[in-house]
Design a protein around this ligand. Structure first.
Ligand code: ADP
Ligand code: MG
Length: 463
């Protein structure tokens, strides 16, 4: 049994639905996880926000979502085979389903408007509508295509805690709750479930964070002890860098679980960073593959890391703040460090990279929200310097055996740039470079060129 996940980019229109169904048809006992159709989740989240003060605009978004899904189903069924009575019945059923979900959505938007506040709980309930629509409609349309697809509600399977927006799954509970999926498979059905959302103990809808459908696929795969988890998207695997940004980027055949986690964590917007955890705990390989190039093997994520070439991939993040605290003269080194990290812990800002000396600490942070509060606390420990509008480049899977050449190549490719932070992790095989945001993309391209495409064939190159 394999768990196949299809992302929003590939759920966009009736042509890609058919492409996906072709792929599913080639599998024995697949379990299907789908995202919302392209753009839907983002629209839902903005509708939830707008509902407070611009309720009319929020309702317009609900209408647009309804219209788009109705058209998608209609177009799909127009070319369905078998056509005729079955297609007509499915069309009617899908319309009724869309009506009910959009009615739920309107009611929630109204409630948000009335309370004059969009709570995290309300936000999750609204955001989950995309997967509630896509999974059901896809399962029903699959039947018109001749597949024995059947819808399963993710709310019944993915039990989480109540931290809305970034809920933590309860893997023990999920192990029991995947039974409906196992049962469907034993009865020769193909279960189709929405990713991204789940339910807490009280039955309130929760979500697993952006790109959470990848995580759902991995949770389900591990609970069912699947043979593999396949993440199907619109590119042929994980590339040496985002192919939308770096023209010369190419797919990486293999990555370890740790490398893939680091890659996702340091900004590669292709997988939810938590995806690898459930899979790695049971050594279930994760594949990343392309629905538009189904014969391409894509990337296989499995096992332990192995050095291969200078580095495996480059990722980057923008909107970074680099904050440096320098201790007052009379503070003891270890106390100073403890106090700085305790302040960071309390601010709950994601720390991406750190460099320290006994008397000073520099950290690269994502997000600006609690910065002022943090600044205030840190100012009691020493002098604080804040650099905003920074970028962070991360080299993943570095070969530290070839550190000297790696460094030479990196520094020579960005020779005119002065980094604002540099950090290494030998165990994680990362090299992080902070720099001005204006230099970010050109530097990413230059380092990529130098590490992966320069005098190829005579030197390292990627694995
Ligand atoms: P899905 O909707 O299928 O979940 P995503 O948009 O989440 O798809 O992920 C696929 C996209 O990730 C690609 O189109 C690509 O632009 C982007 N991406 C960013 N970094 C990488 C990378 N290192 N390798 C491949 N794709 C990447
Ligand atoms: Mg994705």
């Amino acid at each position: 049994m394999r768990v196949l996940k299809f992302g929003g980019t590939s759920m966009g229109d009736e042509h890609s639905w058919r492409q996906i169904m072709d792929i599913i048809d080639g599998y024995h006992e697949p379990v299907i996880i789908v995202s919302a159709t392209a753009r839907t989740t983002r629209q839902l989240v903005s509708a939830a926000r707008l509902a407070v003060s611009e309720h009319g605009k929020a309702v317009d978004i609900a209408d647009a979502i309804k219209e788009r899904h109705t058209t998608l189903v209609k177009n799909f069924l127009a070319h369905a085979d078998p056509a005729g009575p079955l297609a007509a019945e499915i069309d009617e059923d899908c319309r009724a389903w869309i009506d009910r979900r959009i009615e739920d959505l309107r009611r929630m938007l109204q409630a948000i408007h009335r309370c004059n506040e969009c709570t995290p709980r309300a936000n999750d309930a609204v955001a989950s509508i995309g997967e509630q629509l896509s999974a059901y409609l896809f399962a029903r349309c699959g039947q018109a295509y001749g597949l024995s697809t059947t819808w399963v509600d993710a709310g019944k399977v993915i039990r989480t805690d109540a931290s809305y927006g970034q809920a933590v799954p309860d893997r023990e509970q999920i192990k029991h709750r995947v039974q409906p999926l196992a049962k469907a498979i034993s009865q020769k059905y193909i279960p189709v479930m929405g990713g991204y959302y789940g339910q807490d103990e009280k039955g309130h809808t929760t979500t697993l964070g952006f790109e959470g459908s990848d995580y759902t696929a991995s949770l389900v795969g591990s609970a069912l002890q699947a043979e593999a988890i396949e993440i199907w998207t619109d590119v042929s695997g994980i590339y040496t860098c985002d192919p939308r940004v770096v023209a010369g980027a190419r797919p990486i055949p293999e990555l370890s679980f740790r490398e893939a986690t680091e890659l996702a964590y340091f900004g590669a917007k292709i997988l939810h960073p938590a995806t690898m955890k459930p899979a790695a705990s049971q050594q279930i390989p994760v594949y990343v593959r392309n629905i538009f190039e189904p014969d391409h093997p894509g990337t296989k994520i499995h096992g332990e890391q192995q050095a291969n070439g200078w580095a495996k991939a480059i990722t980057y993040m923008s909107d970074i703040v680099i904050l440096t605290v320098t201790a007052d003269g009379n503070r003891e080194g270890h106390r100073f460090l403890a106090a700085v990290f305790s302040a960071l812990d309390q601010a709950r800002l994601p720390v991406n990279a750190v460099t320290t000396t006994e008397a000073s600490v520099s950290v690269a942070l994502s997000g600006n929200e609690k910065l002022e509060q943090l600044h205030h606390r840190l100012a009691q420990l020493g002098s604080v310097d804040i650099q905003q509008e920074q970028g962070l480049i991360s080299l993943i899977g570095c070969s530290f055996e070839q550190m000297q050449t790696l460094q030479e190549r990196v520094w020579s490719s960005i020779a005119t740039t002065v980094p604002t932070l540099i950090s290494y992790s030998r165990t994680k095989r990362n090299l992080n470079i902070g720099l001005d945001e204006t230099e970010l993309i050109p530097s990413v391209c230059a380092i990529h060129e130098m590490l992966f495409n320069f005098d190829e064939g005579t030197r390292g190159g990627s694995g």
